[in-house]
Ligand binder design. Structure first.
Ligand SMILES: Cc1cc2nc3c(=O)[nH]c(=O)nc-3n(C[C@H](O)[C@H](O)[C@H](O)COP(=O)(O)OP(=O)(O)OC[C@H]3O[C@@H](n4cnc5c(N)ncnc54)[C@H](O)[C@@H]3O)c2cc1C
Length: 435
């Protein structure tokens, strides 16, 4: 006997009809498509831009810190296997407080594999805390994986003009007039989601009045797998290990320089030599001299948190649901946990012959995922407020705080496990189990 709301029997209205329609093919929409496709679910992915445009080097200059739990998800979905060439392991993390042109404070926090308990890292061979991968490589790996999944179709460029919830399905009308039906629409359109607004899902948002200036740096010395986060008065300055350049062997790191909005124009206008010198003044000499490789990008930073992650026949994921400050490199990691949870709920419902757009399933998705998002919004917002200033008593307090956590084993382990995404109610994919 089947229990719960039964799967609707969609008589086909158009060749675009699908069981699940994902709107938005950024890293998050693509990852969900790969997850559903790996479980054989009929999935249509729509994106406003062509797939090819997203694979160009000038599309996205960021590298992402992918935590160990997220690597597990990507590995289980057969995506990580296509990433290994471009992924640099994070072996150590060094967090310090400082000012441009001054040596970093002697009070710092250092995370290494040796700080983890036996379960997480019996020895260094058990694997790193995470990896840094350039977004273009990850996007490429996702597209490659999806191409091998017969149940996923991509329609791009294509945008949704209107959605209407009807009995047993949601009807989507595209801007070119085509129509389709799905049991569930998933909005992965990023922060300015039209579907979230159309479904009247409220959200809180504010600007940090900061930008993330991002580029790739070449440098003289080997980074040895160390990720550096230097807290400067205007915001964090992160230098994250990348793989050496193919062919030349040049050492490379990904830079995320958080600056105040008012400084952005000046930083973006610096010529490459002056920019590299400004980076060295902020970072210090441990990697030798810097040179900028490729373009510089500027990403405005803002917080966004949706009041709920669902509406009738709609789920929202990724930055449509939550956008956080990149201070801890957790935005995409958080979204990968959304994907693992939503895909699990959909696959389980389908096994029981239930409707994947049923209200109970969608409410469970919000309950499962919103707490994690609220917690990360609070933590990243708080860290940015605490560190992005030059108030002397606060500087001293945070320096002492970093040094205290550095010495307190259990507290340090707690922070490390959170950042690695291996705590809480973990979906099957995060535990390395297939959907
Ligand atoms: C400077 C910086 C550094 C970061 N570093 C890290 C890190 O180290 N680790 C980490 O985990 N996270 C990091 N993040 C966060 C991470 O990059 C984002 O969370 C992630 O890229 C968001 O992806 P998304 O797919 O949700 O949204 P987007 O990338 O915004 O994708 C949305 C997609 O939807 C499409 N779209 C929009 N509207 C429509 C429509 N109406 N119809 C069809 N398609 C539509 C767009 O074309 C686009 O392809 C960082 C963020 C920044 C800004």
């Amino acid at each position: 006997m089947k229990c719960g709301p039964e799967r609707p029997n969609l008589s086909r209205m158009s060749e675009l009809d699908a069981e699940i329609c994902i709107v938005g093919g950024g890293l998050v929409g693509l990852s969900l498509a790969a997850a559903l496709g790996s479980a054989g679910i009929d999935t249509l992915l729509l994106d406003a831009r062509s797939v090819e445009s997203g694979l160009q080097p000038e599309f996205d200059g960021r590298g992402s810190a992918i935590a160990r739990g997220s690597v597990q998800i990507l590995e289980t979905l057969g995506i990580w296997q296509n990433c290994t060439r471009g992924a640099a392991p994070i072996l150590d993390i060094r967090v310090s407080d400082g000012r441009p042109g001054e040596p970093p404070s002697p009070l710092f926090l250092h995370y290494g594999l040796e700080d983890l308990g036996k379960t997480e890292a019996p020895d260094r061979a058990a694997g790193p805390m995470g990896h840094i991968i350039e977004n273009r490589f990850l996007r490429h790996a996702l597209v490659q994986r999806i191409a091998a999944l017969s149940s996923v179709r991509i329609e791009a460029p294509a945008s949704v003009a209107r959605h209407r919830v009807q009995s047993g399905h949601v009807a989507l009308t595209l801007t070119d007039g085509r129509q389709l039906r799905a049991a569930l629409a998933v909005a992965a359109e990023g922060r300015n989601s039209g579907l979230r607004a159309a479904a009247a899902i409220g959200h809180k948002t504010w600007s940090y009045r900061q930008v993330g200036v991002v580029t790739t740096l070449g440098h003289e010395e080997d980074h040895r797998g160390t990720a550096h986060e230097c807290f400067l008065p205007d915001g964090p300055f992160a230098v994250l290990p990348l793989t050496d350049e193919e062919g030349s062997g040049r050492h490379r790191s990904s830079l995320v320089w958080t600056a105040r909005e008012a400084q952005c124009e000046r930083i973006m206008a610096l010529d490459d030599t002056a920019f590299a010198a400004a980076c060295r003044r902020r970072f210090g000499d441990s990697l030798g001299s810097f040179e900028q490789i490729g373009r510089r990008f500027a990403y405005p930073l803002r917080l966004l948190l949706a009041d709920r992650f669902h509406a009738p026949r709609m789920a929202i994921i990724g930055e449509t649901a939550h956008a956080i400050h990149p201070i801890a490199g957790q935005g995409l990691n958080l979204s990968l946990r959304d994907i693992a949870a939503l895909a699990e709920l959909i696959v389980d419902a389908r096994r029981l012959g239930q409707d994947p757009g049923n209200p109970d399933l969608l409410a469970r998705y919000t309950r499962w995922r919103r707490f994690d998002a609220v917690a990360l919004c609070l933590v990243t917002d708080g860290l940015n407020r605490l560190f992005s200033n030059d108030i002397p008593p606060l500087r001293l307090a945070r320096g002492l705080g970093l040094a205290a956590v550095h010495r307190a084993g259990p507290l340090k382990r707690f922070f490390m496990r959170q950042a690695m995404g291996i705590t809480g109610a973990l979906p099957r994919l995060t535990r390395g189990e297939a959907l």
